[in-house]
Write a protein that binds this ligand. Sequence first.
Ligand code: CP
Ligand code: NVA
Length: 311
Amino acid sequence: MPAPHAAPRHYLRFKDFSRKEYEHLFARTRWIKDRYKRYQRYWPLEDRTLAMIFEKQSTRTRLSFEAGMHQLGGAAIFLSTRDSQLGRGEPAEDAAQVISRMCDIVMIRTFEQDIIDRFAANSRVPVINGLTNEYHPCQILADIYTFIEHRGSIRGRTVAWIGDSNNVCNTWLQAAEVFDFNVHVSTPPGYEVEPERAGLYGTDHYEEFADPMKAAKGAHLVTTDVWTSMGFESENKQRRRDFEDWQVDAAMMKVARKDALFMHCLPAHRGEEVAAAVIDGRQSVVWDEAENRLHTQKALLEFLLLGKVKG
Ligand code: CP
Ligand code: NVA
């Protein structure tokens, strides 16, 4: 049984880590990725177990955490609402007490941020946010690492966010405060950023634009996400109408910088939030972005379980 920690470190929102800690994570990601590509075994998490709790669907998050844990020598256990007592109303607090006595680290994908916050407050072991209605920190961890791989430091750059001010957008906005870059956000009316829900310290790292073309102008990175996130399916019909003019297409990429990248957390809907010509085009780095979920999260697991490993 894992030794109880006085106060385990959690990763529940992007701003839980400092810029310095991210710099450590990115250095470790480079090292771990390089070893993995050369088929060199690295098993620092032998005998450690990750519990993964999914209350929403997933391909990338499940696969990257499960494969990542195996590649680090540990084990991962998948629990879903459908086949655990969580689906029958066991309180998050009780589940946390039990699960954190049997496993060394927990990843949760759920609905309101409050659920994961309550779970973490009752957990003996680190808890990782694998997506909530409000945030998706593991995604932006991979996205920023991917940007740095392609273009170097993100400090002082401009990221254009086109579409819904959802969990992924909120996390970009937190990241802008941590890394000191700017986000140009364009949402349809009624879907604007809510700074408090986004968990921001202030409003000086982003600017809102009614016209998505103006938001994209001069951007180093253009990014978007689905018009309807998981949990909001009942709004789908209305959203399809409201977001019609918020598609990242070739004309929009043209007003961004010539060397601008395109990112999307995936899954994508070609013909809705992004044109096929963009996501399948030369500026798109979406497959690198997806792959880097694996490498960055391995560094995250190592950091939360073993602290600052040198190497
Ligand atoms: N981007 C992302 O989190 O993908 P999944 O929903 O497939 O996990
Ligand atoms: N905003 C999307 C991201 C999926 C990875 C959702 O929450 O459904």
